[in-house]
Every structure is written in C-alpha cells, then in structure tokens.
Ligand binder design. Structure first.
Ligand SMILES: C[S@@+](CC[C@H](N)C(=O)[O-])C[C@H]1O[C@@H](n2cnc3c(N)ncnc32)[C@H](O)[C@@H]1O
Length: 246
C-alpha cells in the first residue's frame, strides 16, 4: 500500500486492533479516538475473529469447502482462508481501496480471490469471478460469511440482501452472521463516531430479518458464547451472531 487514504476505514481499524500491518496513520487515529470514547477494542475484535474461525471450521466440518465472504475487510489475522486452508474462498467488499489491499495480500494464492461486491446486491457479484473462484457454487453448499457488516445496512436492505443470498446458493448452504448489539448505545460519543447510518439491533429483531434462513439450535448469542473452544473470552457483548441454514 503506497498511497495514503483520505478517510479511515473500519476494516483497517480492525486490522490495527488485531495487530496487522495493513492500516495507515489515519486509521490508527480513528481507532484511538474511538477507544477514547468507548474503551479498549482489541480483545473484542480478537474475540470476534475467533468466532469467525470457529464458525468457518464448523461449516467445514459439516462438509462446506467453498466460502463467499461479504464485507470481508482485510483478509488476514485468522481470516477464512487461513482457518480453513483447503477451502476455496471468494472475498468481496464494497470499498475499492480495501479490495485492492486484499488482492495485494492474497496475490498468488491458489483457490482464493478478492473482488468488488456490494452485499446489498449479492446478485451483482461478477458471475465470472464467482465461477472462477467457486466453480461448484451452483451445485454444492456454500458457506456465506457475513460478519462486521450488518450495521451498515438498514433493516429493509438487510432483509432483502439476506433473502437474495438465500436464492443465490444451493440447499445445504450456511450463513455465518453477526451484528452489533445495542451495547454501544451506552457510549453516545463513540456511537456518534459511527455516523447516522450505523444500525445496532436486538437479537430478536435480527432473527426476524433472517427470513427463510433456518437458525441452528445454537441460536443467536454473544459471539464469545457461540460454541466456545474453552472458557469464553470475557469481553462486552458488543457482537452477537450465529449460523443459519438453507
Ligand atoms: C467493520 S468492517 C468488517 C470487516 C470484516 N468482515 C471483519 O469482520 O473483520 C466492515 C467492512 O464492510 C464493508 N462494507 C460496508 N458496507 C458494505 C456493503 N454494502 N457491501 C460490502 N461491503 C461493505 C466495509 O468496506 C468494510 O470493509
């Protein structure tokens, strides 16, 4: 990455919190300002990334070997292709700067690609890229990864997007999702930093937006409590999530 971005990116702020090297001073400044209003974030995002890893491994254990990732951010620090190294993975994001950084990071890796894609319009993902990266996406179950993204979509857009995703993939496909809980509303200054288009949700309200997706028996829980490997991380319940099946 050579050019300095004009604005911070939540994806690169997360990279900073996870100890990566794909962020800029403008991202660090925004991350530190947010922590000034909210409190430490690194542990929370480590816990969220650990949930992503457990969810992807669970899907792989159930036979899923191809993943389509929405709002992927920086594909490092325990991202899908690292936790399920034998799987084929297509990362997508709506931010061209993030896609460029991701493509640079993944260059030369077989079975992994990164293209521009708007999660609000899943059918708009380049069909040629989809065929190339996930050749069996129309015939065998796909793992859809939808993390760190719901807050940027209003209810109507999110419901429509999840419904379109359902039609995009064969039966047996899985959706791993998370969303921002109302926890952040206790920190008005931090919430204001996220801007007016930031949507927190109650678990029951998110559940209704799943539409035809069938939630697994694990339910919608704080991500640290979703099938923990050991003692769940002691972090605020900022993110809740789960898995749903077509
Ligand atoms: C908070 S970051 C999360 C990144 C990653 N999923 C993670 O969990 O670490 C949100 C990402 O979603 C992307 N994004 C926001 N709106 C989007 C949309 N409509 N479609 C696809 N990506 C979107 C942003 O560009 C950013 O990279």
């Amino acid at each position: 990455m050579t050019t300095e971005p004009q604005a911070p990116s939540t994806a690169r702020m997360i990279d900073y919190w996870l100890g990566g090297n794909r962020h800029h001073p403008i991202d660090v400044a925004a991350a530190q300002a947010f922590e000034g209003a909210y409190g430490p974030c690194a542990e929370i995002f480590r816990s969220l990334r650990a949930f992503s890893g457990r969810a992807a491994r669970q899907l792989a254990a159930e036979g899923v070997d191809q993943f389509l990732v929405f709002g992927a951010g920086i594909p490092a620090q325990g991202n899908v292709h690292e936790t399920v190294p034998d799987a084929r993975v297509l990362y997508t994001d709506v931010d061209p700067e993030i896609v460029a950084a991701g493509r640079e990071l993944l260059a030369g890796r077989p079975g992994v690609d990164y293209v521009l894609g708007d999660a609000a319009n899943p059918r708009g993902i380049d069909p040629a890229a989809l065929d190339r990266a996930l050749p069996d996406h129309a015939t065998r179950p796909v793992g859809l990864i939808f993390l760190g993204l719901a807050a940027f979509l209003d209810d109507a857009t999110l419901a429509r997007a999840l419904d379109e995703m359902y039609d995009l993939v064969p039966a047996g496909s899985r959706l791993a999702f998370d969303f921002d809980a109302m926890e952040l509303s206790a920190y008005p200054e931090a919430l204001a930093m996220m801007g007016p288009g930031f949507h927190m949700r109650e678990p029951a309200d998110f559940g209704k937006l799943l539409g035809r997706w069938q939630l697994t028996a694990d339910g919608i829980v704080p991500v640290a409590d979703w099938r923990p490997d050991g003692t769940p991380e002691q972090v605020p319940d900022a993110f809740w999530g789960g898995i749903a099946i077509k």
